[in-house]
Design a protein around this ligand. Structure first.
Ligand code: NAG
Ligand code: NAG
Ligand code: NAG
Ligand code: NAG
Length: 179
């Protein structure tokens, strides 16, 4: 309820901005926004040689071990169509994960590069998350390709958190300009 109200307010505000700017510039049509949602799965691999995350800094840094404020992990995770690691690869989720004071909380900055039917491009975002919560949200603030001008968020939940091949489910809820 709250969110859909918030989203339509954003859409109205963006449309209003476009109408205002088209009034003073060339005859540009008012920008139409559309809501898009889709689901995909992140597959990590913590077993060498094809690891998707490495601990690069920190007093005692390890991808799966205890964490302390300032530990930095770099990830280049594989995105697939389903929770099965045999399903088609459709992209990468790459970025930095930084441990915060509460060991359950992390700061993440990322770029998702993804191709799904009808869309191909990148989504950029960041978030502060509680890894022990059943799900969390990651804000999307920009994009490229089919996702140029994207706003919205990803809702993330754990499918299996094994110490070898963890899998997360991602649901993207985006507002996109019609290109
Ligand atoms: C997600 O998109 C589908 C159409 O692809 C639509 O029917 C559905 O209502 C959308 N769900 C949400 C939560 O926006
Ligand atoms: C580093 O990790 C090891 C193994 O988990 C632990 O025994 C040790 O106390 C940790 N040291 C610090 C400074 O956190
Ligand atoms: C897929 O996952 C299974 C365990 O669920 C694992 O044994 C197998 O090595 C994984 N394959 C790849 C390519 O990661
Ligand atoms: C993180 O999530 C867990 C489980 O939902 C909760 O018990 C804990 O209070 C949360 N921590 C913070 C700092 O929000």
């Amino acid at each position: 309820m709250e969110r859909s109200h918030g989203m339509s307010t954003v859409a109205l505000f963006l449309s209003a901005l476009c109408i205002v700017s088209s009034g003073c510039c060339s005859p540009v049509n008012a920008m139409k926004m559309k809501k898009v949602n889709f689901t995909y799965y992140l597959h990590d691999d913590f077993v060498p040689p094809d690891v998707t995350a490495v601990a690069v800094a920190g007093a005692n840094a390890s991808v799966t071990g205890p964490s302390a404020l300032g530990d930095v992990t770099v990830f280049d995770s594989i995105l697939r169509e389903t929770a099965s690691n045999a399903s088609a690869q459709i992209g990468h989720h790459s970025g930095l994960l930084v441990s915060l004071s509460d060991p359950r909380e992390k700061f993440i900055t990322f770029v998702t590069s993804i191709t799904i039917p009808g869309y191909s491009g990148t989504l950029s975002g960041s978030c502060r998350i509680n890894f022990t919560a059943p799900s969390w949200e990651e804000a999307i603030n920009s994009g490229t390709g089919s996702f140029e001008g994207a706003r919205g968020h990803l809702t993330v939940s754990a499918v299996s958190l094994t110490p070898t091949f963890p899998v997360l489910k991602y649901k993207a809820y985006l507002i996109l300009p019609h290109h």
